[in-house]
Design a protein around this ligand. Structure first.
Ligand code: NI
Length: 170
């Protein structure tokens, strides 16, 4: 397993709609294992394949951030089937470090996807788990959480990251 580099705001892969995974093979399983390692090392509650430069529909979630065994969720080609309610809470993203802003998310969601054995699974989640699942599914649709903020806030954050990227180049 390996800790992968996490792309930051401004990278084109983060705003591209990711492709479905047609076949769950060893490469997909290795990617999932690396993503879990990367998510735990970051540390973060969730990660999507586009954030580690792979434009595929794969997400990992672990609300315990590696503290509890058996808490990791891996979903291939996840889809939100149902959502209800609304909770406004601070949210952040490993691709937009040090930025935390209030985002409205459903209180409850029903998500469908495949596990790493290709079996279909449906997850019903509430509150933080619902939030993280929505956040990661947004990622594979090329949408960062800052897209939910006001245009003014979003542009300020984008400008800040652009300046930082330019600084790194010089
Ligand atoms: Ni994120």
């Amino acid at each position: 397993m390996a800790v992968l580099n996490i792309l930051k705001l401004g990278h084109p892969t983060l705003v591209k709609k990711a492709e479905p995974i047609e076949k769950i093979d060893d490469a997909v399983r290795r990617l999932a294992a690396d993503m879990i390692e990367t998510m735990h090392a970051a540390p973060g509650l969730g990660l999507s394949a586009p954030q580690v430069s792979v434009s595929r529909r794969l997400i990992t979630v672990d609300l315990s951030v590696g503290e509890k065994e058996g808490e990791v969720i891996v979903l291939v080609n996840p889809e939100i089937l149902e959502q209800e309610g609304k909770v406004i809470r601070d949210e952040g993203c490993l691709s937009v470090p040090e930025v935390f802003e209030k985002v409205a998310r459903p209180q409850k969601v029903k998500v469908k996807g495949l596990d790493l054995n290709g079996r279909e699974c449906t997850i019903e989640a509430t509150d933080l788990m619902a939030r993280v699942l929505c956040h990661e599914v947004d990622h594979i649709n090329g949408k960062l959480f800052i897209e939910w903020l006001s245009p003014l806030k979003r542009n300020l954050i984008k400008k800040k990251f652009k300046r930082q990227a330019e600084k790194r180049k010089t």
